[in-house]
Design a protein around this ligand. Structure first.
Ligand code: 13P
Ligand code: SF4
Length: 308
């Protein structure tokens, strides 16, 4: 996955130079390639990155992640230039809910509130009352009036997990993340047999039977926090493998094992240093969100940020 070392050094130097010239900040998700994480000013989970995007005073945001994350940055900082180094870096989960389909469901359940996981399009966020990430979903759902039905889009596994955590029935959407939904209980058992001393940590996008077997369930940022504070010295990690790099950096004396070798998100790996350099040179491709969608989506995102 890593680019050639000499190339990495030269590209990183060039990116640093361009970043200063453009008054840019580079934000990267934990699933990005190691060398991309290394040039970023801030590496985080979806919630931490949304906060950074809302608070930065840079003029340009280079978002090393997937489309919905860069779109959220633009919604929260509409006056800034937001660049996505790879325009094709989408999230298949986000594509599983469309705004017309959410509107149709809302009409079926007239009094319902809609919670949109941030892994959704701006148009879906605009249809929702509040957003959530995997780091704050139970808190967001618990804040809603108990007499109102709640439609949770688009991740069915996260919805199920939140429902168990809060004791609140949710109307699920049938979306899933192909990276996490494929993790099986048998794979967790195999990994545990190979590393019986290790704590099992999984992402809430995993299927319920996998969550059932875990010692801890958390967002990517939550996993890093847990690894640092838990007494265990080794961990089986049930999320996209990009997280192993920041985990090892944060806890150099602990050991981390992937729960399964297939947990790689192709979209997250599309961003390379070459592409980061190119967007900083070209100031394109830029993320744009139509004002009528942006303003409604912003309400839902801001409400989430105020709650957590
Ligand atoms: P986090 O918010 O936990 O980083 O998750 C993002 C994501 O895309 C999970 O697949
Ligand atoms: Fe989307 Fe899953 Fe990739 Fe995250 S890991 S960006 S939810 S496809």
């Amino acid at each position: 996955m890593r680019e050639e070392t000499a190339n990495v050094v030269e590209l990183s130097r060039k990116i640093k130079e361009l970043k200063e010239k453009r008054k840019a900040v580079i934000l990267a998700h934990f699933y990005q390639r190691p060398e991309v994480q290394d040039v970023a000013d801030f590496v985080g989970d979806s919630l931490q990155l949304a906060r950074q995007a809302a608070d930065t005073d840079a003029e340009v945001i280079v978002f090393c992640g997937v489309y919905f994350m860069a779109e959220s940055a633009k919604i929260l900082s509409p006056e800034k230039i937001v660049l996505l180094p790879e325009a094709e870096a989408g999230c298949p989960l986000a594509d599983m809910a469309s705004a017309p389909a959410v509107r149709a469901k809302k009409e079926e359940i007239p009094d319902c509130l809609v919670v949109a996981y941030v892994n959704s399009s701006a148009a879906v966020k605009a249809e929702s009352d509040v957003c959530c990430t995997s780091a704050n979903a139970p808190k967001v759902v618990s804040s809603l009036p108990s007499e109102r039905p709640v439609l949770f889009v688009p991740d069915r596994n996260l919805g199920d997990y939140v429902s168990r955590q809060t004791g609140r029935a949710l109307i699920p959407w049938d979306g899933y993340c192909h990276v996490h939904d494929c993790l099986t209980a048998a794979e967790i058992e195999t990994a545990r047999a190979a590393h019986p001393e290790a704590a099992v940590v999984v992402h809430p996008e995993s299927p319920p039977e996998v969550i059932e077997l875990a010692d801890h369930v958390a967002s990517t940022g939550g996993m890093i926090k847990y690894a640092g504070s838990a007494p265990a010295s080794s961990f089986i990690i049930g999320t996209e493998q990009g997280l192993l790099y920041p985990l090892q950096k944060a806890c150099p004396n602990k050991s981390f094992y992937p729960a399964a070798s297939h947990m790689i998100c192709p979209s997250m790996k599309l961003t390379t240093l070459e592409k980061v350099k190119r967007v900083l040179e070209d100031l394109a491709p830029r993320i744009e969100v139509a004002p009528e969608i942006r303003d409604r989506a912003r309400k839902a995102l801001t409400r989430m940020l105020e709650l957590s």
